[in-house]
Design a protein around this ligand. Sequence first.
Ligand code: SAH
Length: 387
Amino acid sequence: MNILTVSPFAEKKIKQGKQLLLAEDFPNIAENNQLVYLYSQSKEFLGTGYLSSQNKGIGWFLSPKKQQLTVTYFQGLFEKAKARRQSYYANDLTTAFRLFNQDGDDFGGLTIDLYGDYALFSWYNVFIYSLKDIIVEAFQTVFPEVLGGYEKIRFKGLDFESDHLYGQEAADTFTILENGVTYEVFLNDGLMTGIFLDQHEVRDGLVNGLALGKSVLNMFSYTAAFSVAAAMGGAVETTSVDLAKRSRELSTAHFEANGFSMENHRLVVMDVFDYFKYAKKKGLFYDLIVIDPPSFARNKKRTFSANKDYHKLIAQSLDILSEYGTIIASTNAANMTVQQFKKQLRKGLGDVSADFVNLQQLPVDFAVNPNDPTSNYLKVYTIKVNK
Ligand code: SAH
């Protein structure tokens, strides 16, 4: 077994329970794509981990034991993961949720989502990808009811990013249920699937009261999932704004899957900053504005970084928010803390008084590592504005 001696600083982080190994804590590391036993400089055994560079980090701590990565090992992880999601299995109104989530389920670099009868595996680095045969074997014994699997490649170096992985093939598009709402999804068309499952509790809030009787503006709407949830929850009208042309047909599919005509549901293909200006000029007002930008985006006109620019979205929302309106402000920027996010929101609100009604983070199926706040990347504030 390869042995890796870690710095006192990295040792401290491991002992705090952090599992993601960051490049800055492991200077001069040459090894890649291998299992390692981690030792402190005083030769204390710290545990088993693996090295494999990915978008974020250079590897993962796995276990305080000397661990071999066998089918049995993954079966154990999957059984535990399945057991902690029993409430989702017991709910007939939801057929799509996350089955396995990285370090929250004690194996970073891997996520597995359930979409009805199919599973979607996302591989975040070369090392985990090299284990896929034993992982799929273990998965099939613990989840025999899943008919087939698909995979997404979330690291650089392969010439494809999506493929069928095992078992039966799903239809090109099919529907799943979430909180009783139907969404149309696709598992083998790029990295996206038509829905971001991590937002299901926020959508649940819209279905169950928050949107009732309201006019709703959904900014960065992608497939308009928030708008459809709001419509199901009794919103009188919705407007969904996204720059991507394809969002239009995908959004229509979600609405139609629930039997809505598009009469009260507008889909606008436009830069959100242009839409803010347009709506202000036209004197449009909305009771509820949902804002869910990417952490970072660059288009022909401008770049947007959630860390620096989020406050602008709030400030411009105020111009077109009805009296006593509500803003749902979401970010998935892992490098922004809750405090930093709140500061952006306060900056955007300026002198306007507002109640921060609640903060939602990842739901329980997106299990987080409680010792690493960066694993709980989602932050969603519901803000009642008193203007
Ligand atoms: N809120 C969506 C997910 C948003 S993903 C949901 O719940 O499903 C981010 C989206 O922002 C993408 O669809 C992208 O096309 C869009 N986008 C990025 N920059 C934009 C901009 N400046 N104006 C409008 N849409 C933008």
